[in-house]
Design a protein around this ligand. Structure first.
Ligand SMILES: [Zn+2]
Length: 281
C-alpha cells in the first residue's frame, strides 16, 4: 500500500498472505462505514458460512468527516483516528478476513489521476483473489463514491481475465436503486442476524451520534426495499439490499460507466412512459 500510514488489520491475527487469500467476498468502499451500510448481506452471509470470508477495503482517511454532538470539538486528526478505530471494530464484529484502510484524502480520490489508488487496489485484489467484489454503484450522488468505483474498475481491468472475480456489484449508499425495473435488480436478502447487523452499524458512533441517523436510515431502506419489491420469492426476508450487476463493465474496457448506466436509465424512462401510455394518458 502506497500511503505510509495505511492500515492493514487482521482481526484474528493470521499471517498476511494467508489472511488475504481466504477472502471470498471483497467490499471496497470510500468511507469508514460504507461497507457495513451497503454490503451487510454479504458480511452477514460470510459470518454464517464457514467456507466464505469477507474482506474489507476503505479508501479514504476520515479526516473530512462531519462532526457534531459529542464529537464537535474534534479536529481532523482526531476524527481520522476515531474513524479508523471504528472501522477496525466493525471488522472484529463481522469477523472479516482483513480490513485495509488506504488513508487517501477525498480530493485524491476525486481527481482523474488516481494512479496510486488503482495500484493499491490492484495489489490487494491480486493477493485476495475474491469471487465477488462489492463497491459503489454508478448512479451514486457522492463524488468520492464515484471516484472509488472508477478506481476499482481500472484495477479490475488490469487483471488478467482469469484472475478477475466472477461478479462485480454496485451497491446503494448515497442514492438507492429502487428506481431500477425489478428485472434489472440483483437482490440480497437479509434474514435473521438483526443483532449482528445492529452491532455492525452501531460501532460507527462518531457518525451516528455525530448528527446523522445512518443506522436507522440504512435499516429503513433495506426494510422498504423488501416491502416494495414485487417478487414473492423473497417475501420471507424482512430486509433486502439492491445491487446492480457491474460484471460487464469489468470485462469490457470499451464500455464506459456512463453509457452502461444510461442503458438502465433508458429502461426506467421507458417503463414509466409505457405504463402512463397504456393506461390512457
Ligand atoms: Zn461514503
Amino acid at each position: 500500500m502506497k500511503k505510509p500510514e495505511a492500515d492493514l488489520f487482521i482481526p484474528d491475527g493470521m499471517a498476511e498472505a494467508e489472511a488475504l487469500a481466504r477472502t471470498t467476498h471483497l467490499g471496497i468502499g470510500a468511507h469508514q462505514d460504507d461497507l457495513e451500510f451497503m454490503a451487510a448481506a454479504a458480511i452477514l452471509e460470510c459470518h454464517r458460512k464457514r467456507e466464505w470470508k469477507f474482506g474489507g477495503i476503505t479508501v479514504t482517511d476520515g479526516r473530512g468527516s462531519a462532526r457534531a454532538g459529542p464529537y464537535q470539538d474534534f479536529d481532523d486528526e482526531e476524527m481520522r483516528r476515531i474513524r479508523r478505530q471504528e472501522q477496525r471494530k466493525a471488522a472484529v464484529v463481522g469477523d472479516y478476513a482483513f480490513m485495509a484502510q488506504l488513508d487517501y484524502a477525498s480530493r485524491e480520490v476525486k481527481r482523474a489521476d488516481r494512479e496510486d489508488l488503482v495500484a493499491d487496489l490492484e495489489e490487494l485484489l491480486r493477493k485476495s483473489r475474491p469471487r465477488v467484489v462489492l463497491t459503489h454503484q454508478p448512479a451514486d450522488k457522492h463524488d468520492t463514491h464515484i471516484g472509488v468505483l472508477l478506481g476499482v474498475l481500472a484495477a479490475l481491468r488490469r487483471l488478467p481475465a482469469a484472475e478477475r472475480p466472477e461478479k462485480l456489484y454496485g451497491c446503494e449508499v448515497w442514492r438507492g436503486l429502487d428506481w431500477l425495473p425489478d428485472e434489472d435488480k440483483t437482490v440480497f436478502p437479509i434474514r435473521g442476524s438483526e443483532n449482528l447487523l445492529a452491532a455492525l452499524m452501531g460501532v460507527f458512533d462518531s457518525q451516528i451520534a455525530g448528527g446523522k441517523g445512518y443506522d436507522k436510515a440504512t435499516a429503513g431502506r433495506k426494510l422498504a426495499n423488501a416491502t416494495y419489491f414485487a417478487s414473492h420469492a423473497v417475501d420471507d426476508a424482512p430486509m433486502l439490499e439492491i445491487a446492480l450487476d457491474l460484471t460487464p463493465l469489468m470485462h469490457d474496457p470499451d464500455l464506459s460507466p456512463a453509457s452502461f448506466i444510461d442503458g438502465y436509465i433508458d429502461r426506467f424512462r421507458a417503463d414509466v412512459a409505457d405504463r402512463l401510455q397504456r393506461l390512457g394518458s
